[in-house]
Design a protein around this ligand. Structure first.
Ligand code: ADP
Length: 315
């Protein structure tokens, strides 16, 4: 079936991305709550229709690790993309602290906000989702990062925002000015030499490693000095040592992340190998209270956002 704007009741904004906003909407004919993403593109009608056709493949991306796609339509120069509403939002919002607490020795000192079984389940869902996309749909994700991993209060973890439309990717690339790069070193090098297609599925494996560290730490893994300056950040990714998981996680977890972040893409494990890694194997029959963790993380998040930043307090 086809969906359109007239059937939607807009309930409020869920978030803003690089290209537009995401609204929570109620689809009256089906009674389904959806997330509707608006992507503003300066393209002519035939190109916009091409994008809608390319997005159609998403109807085949049905897996419990993938955010469900309900349909897309255009109005003027905007593409509206409707998907499953994930009521706990993206993982960056849930685990992000925005600050790192340091002791005198400069060591991070913080209880693990994401206990290992939870981190393991999140990682397993990401890797299973990516493996599904590759094996069943022959696509790579191209934009793995914590904002593209969504979670709900049932504790389900799912991927969204993967690259299915060549035309859409091409139109978005021009405006992509993110300040935190999840791109693998070989992709950064390739783009700086204008060879856009020099990367493969193992570049997504790098982004998985970086995302896992960010989810565990609550902050983007490269030091703040470097992410204020795009050039310094890209140089650190290409030439500097790869970041590591914080203390407190097992040797298996550390090893898993280190393998994802090998500089040589040919040495990084495949999805099949990652799923066989001791870190993820332990997830298979594990009984993890994901819903309980989501509830406590949402509680922490709401306490954080009710704290007034220091400089805004009037004296
Ligand atoms: P980005 O461009 O940074 O990937 P998006 O435009 O995809 O960001 O999304 C912006 C924000 O909207 C996300 O960080 C997330 O919090 C929220 N969001 C996106 N999709 C959904 C969804 N399906 N359900 C609930 N919230 C969502």
């Amino acid at each position: 079936f086809k969906i359109n704007m007239d059937e939607m009741e807009v309930l409020g904004e869920l978030g803003k991305g690089n290209y537009g906003s995401v609204q929570k909407v109620y689809h009256r004919p089906t009674g389904v709550m959806m997330a509707m993403k608006e992507i503003r593109l300066e393209l002519d009608e035939s190109k916009l229709n091409g994008i809608i056709m390319e997005l159609d493949i998403l109807h085949r991306a049905v897996a419990k690790e993938i955010v469900e796609f309900y349909g897309a339509f255009t109005i003027e120069s905007c593409v509206y993309y409707c998907m499953e509403y994930m009521d706990a939002g993206s993982l960056d919002k849930l685990t992000g602290t925005g600050q790192v607490v340091k002791t005198a020795a400069g060591e991070e000192e913080r209880d693990l906000l994401v206990p290992e079984p939870v981190l393991r389940r999140i990682t397993a869902q990401i890797v299973r989702g990516l493996s599904f996309l590759k094996d069943e749909l022959q696509i790579m994700h191209r934009d793995v990062k914590p904002t593209n991993v969504l979670i709900n209060t049932k504790g389900e973890v799912k991927l969204c925002d993967f690259g299915v439309s060549g035309q859409l990717e091409k139109s978005l690339a021009k405006t992509n000015i993110g300040c935190q790069s999840y791109m693998a070193p070989e992709r950064i090098k390739g783009e700086s030499q204008n060879q856009v297609s020099t990367y493969t599925v193992s570049s997504d494996v790098w982004s998985v490693g970086l995302s896992i560290i960010e989810i565990a730490k609550g902050t983007y893994p490269y030091p703040p000095e470097t992410f204020a300056n795009v050039f310094a950040q890209l140089t650190a990714i290409v030439n500097g040592p790869a970041p590591t998981l914080p203390k407190g996680y097992s040797a298996d977890a550390h090893d898993f992340v280190a393998k994802c972040l090998l500089k040589d893409p040919n040495k990084r494990p495949t999805y099949a190998q990652l799923l066989e890694h001791p870190f993820l194997k332990a997830d298979k029959d594990a009984d993890v209270d994901m819903a309980g963790w989501v509830a406590s993380a949402m509680e922490r998040q709401s306490q954080r956002s009710s704290v007034v930043p220091l400089q805004e307090v009037e004296v």
